[in-house]
Design a protein around this ligand. Structure first.
Ligand code: AMP
Length: 418
């Protein structure tokens, strides 16, 4: 069922409580917390501008980090208010709290088009506990509730779920912001009836994180291409040697079930046939967790399925990358989640970059719709400076995966239907 969106509202003169995802990376520099990547703030600007233009009085709520119910100064949203003001080109008032009389007064005094950013909702344990009284207190700031925080929509917290219930109960409207609307369109509607061939690329560390997505997509996709460490659980299940590669030995049955389902449904299911491998060597250095740092020595391409006992697979090999690129070239819809190797290390980003390039080519030359399902694949595309050459990049990590599993997200479910 389609959700009400900000386009359907008349917000003129009304207080709009807008939940945004401002969980931005911060770094301490000279005693101050500095935002190192403002993408999440930038992503909310269209919704903010629309609501401001229409004379809404905006009260923004967000969380930052995990302060666990304490006023942790390093997790204050104050620097975000300053950056938002710069980006919006208008004044943004910062409220030192997210509930209470003083904040209510600030909200009451807001002129049409005015903006307040509330302090971190997670300074209260009641936020994550979805505490009804806390939700009521948040709702005292709102005539209308808008949720634009897709990245937090898989959590049933007070500011993402509870408050929407309160506002709805007293007859107020609860709608999706423009960013949320786009996420639901691309990760939802576009994939419900995809133009074919529909090719899915999945990678990353663990099969267990993505098996539900694989299972659901086996019912929709024409081809599924698997890379990353996740592939080694499949390879082990097929009886190949995987050496020291990262693997989930207890998930081989799950892998076999997916392979059987692919066969039964006639879905092309491709695994790597060659790999970039290294010899991992323990060093005397210790990492932050006190464990020995492993150095990856002797990187080489291994043009066969079995990986020797002392070596580890860290990327898909060139033949696999070429095969994946060939399949992608013919695609009309592409969904990609998870890197093909340890892409953070440039030496092992080749496979991920080849896939990124193929996705971009299919988009630009074949008119394919390319949807990047959040997390590390977005990082990899941005790292390769290709982020603006795909159709859509999700802002959600966990939320994207849960949504792709076909689950209803609590923060979405709580919004009004059209
Ligand atoms: P995920 O969050 O599940 O998408 O996993 C992303 C992580 O998987 C990245 O940090 C990659 O470095 C890691 N990864 C991908 N391929 C491998 C591999 N072959 N061995 C170890 N880690 C990998």
């Amino acid at each position: 069922m389609a959700k009400l969106t900000v386009r359907d509202l008349n917000v003129n003169g009304k207080r709009v409580l807008l939940r945004v995802d401002y969980n931005v990376p911060l770094e301490e520099q000279g005693g101050q917390m500095v935002i190192t990547d403002a993408t999440r703030i930038v992503e909310t600007l269209p919704t903010l501008r629309l609501l401001i233009q229409q004379g809404g009085r905006l009260v923004l709520a967000a969380h930052l980090g995990r302060p666990k119910g304490k006023r942790e100064p390093s997790m204050s949203l104050r620097p975000v208010a300053a950056r938002l003001a710069e980006l919006l080109g208008c004044n943004v008032n910062f409220a030192d709290d997210c509930i209470g009389e003083a904040v209510e007064k600030m909200a009451a005094a807001l002129p049409p088009g005015g903006v307040i950013l509330l302090e971190n909702t997670r300074y209260y344990n009641e936020e994550e506990a979805n505490d009804p009284a806390f939700s009521e207190n948040l709702a005292r700031l709102a005539d209308i509730y808008v949720n634009d925080a897709f990245g937090a929509a898989h959590r049933a917290h007070a500011s993402t779920e509870g408050v929407a219930r309160v506002v709805t109960k007293r007859g107020g409207q609860c709608a999706a912001g423009l960013l949320m609307e786009r996420e639901l369109k691309f990760l939802g509607d576009e994939l419900d009836n995809p133009a074919r061939p529909f090719v899915v690329i999945l990678g990353g560390a663990k099969v267990s994180d993505k098996i539900k997505v694989i299972d659901r997509l086996l019912e929709k996709a024409d081809s599924i291409l698997i890379g990353g460490a996740m592939a080694y659980t499949f390879k082990l299940a097929q009886g190949f040697k995987i050496g020291q590669s990262l693997v989930e030995k207890d998930k081989t049955d799950v892998a076999l079930a997916a392979l059987a389902k692919a066969k039964e449904r006639n879905v092309q299911f491709l695994l790597p046939t060659d790999n970039t491998v290294v010899t991992p060597v323990k060093t005397d250095k210790l990492n932050k967790k006190g464990r020995p740092v492993i150095e990856f020595t002797n990187p080489r391409n291994l043009a066969e399925n079995n990986i020797p006992d002392n070596e580890e697979g860290v990327d898909i090999g060139p033949a696999t990358a070429a095969k994946f690129a060939e399949v992608l070239r013919g695609a009309k819809t592409i969904l990609w989640n998870g890197p093909m190797g340890i892409f953070e290390d440039k030496r092992f980003a080749t496979g991920t970059n080849a896939v990124a390039q193929a996705v971009v080519e299919a988009t630009q030359q074949n008119g394919a719709k390319s949807i990047i399902g959040g997390g590390d694949s977005v990082k990899a595309l941005n790292q390769a400076k290709l982020g603006d050459k795909v159709t859509f990049m999700s802002t959600g990590g966990g939320a994207s995966l849960e949504f792709l599993e076909g689950r209803e997200l609590p923060g979405v479910a709580a919004l009004n239907n059209k």
